[in-house]
Design a binder for this molecule. Sequence first.
Ligand SMILES: [Mg+2]
Length: 237
Amino acid sequence: MSQAPGAFLLDVEGTTTPIDFVYRVLFPYARDRFHDFLARSGGDGEVASEVRGLSEEHRRDVAAGLQPPAWEDTPEGITAYAHWLMDRDRKTTALKALQGRIWEIGFTARELQASVYDDVVRALARWQAAARPAAIYSSGSVRAQQLLFAHTQAGDLTPRLSAYFDTTSGFKTEADSYRRIAEAMGLATGTILFVSDVGAELDAALAAGLQTALCSRSDTLPLAGTHRLITSFDQLP
Ligand SMILES: [Mg+2]
């Protein structure tokens, strides 16, 4: 490593948080409550406009010959289409916004609690004490990131995070996204260490001049490669 990193940029799924939490807790929670949420809040202005976003997406799917369930403007009909989208792991703006609203209700009611690895909790405390900023970069929306880190098993971690970035900064596999984020953080790219479990994201960050660490949370370690390999944030300065 050329110099000690002055700041940290962190992926979420598979890095700060178990992938299982997202796929076995968050996504099923929104799926199970989608119908009741629409039945209660479907007429609200912002929710109604997100539902219109879904109906436009439905029209595009039909035009593309994808055969989604027929559109029906009722909680049942909209939910059938939303479930069809979720089965395809579709991450469009309207669907993400509606899922985010359902998660917000769940976190606020304490029915949902986010899981953040203990070594990440320790690192955030260490970096805050050393005045080294830590930021998040995830494909989940900024609002969803803030909700997750505000409601963890270790309490509210948002005071230990300096900024949040999502795909409005660009895709995680494109070098320009990391240049934009460094600029937004007011730092030279070479002073930031990006931590992720996905090689293609790390390759893009490295191409932009960031330092990189591949975080492996699985039992089988990947082969040594371009990026420094860590299995715990305890191994970071
Ligand atoms: Mg990840």
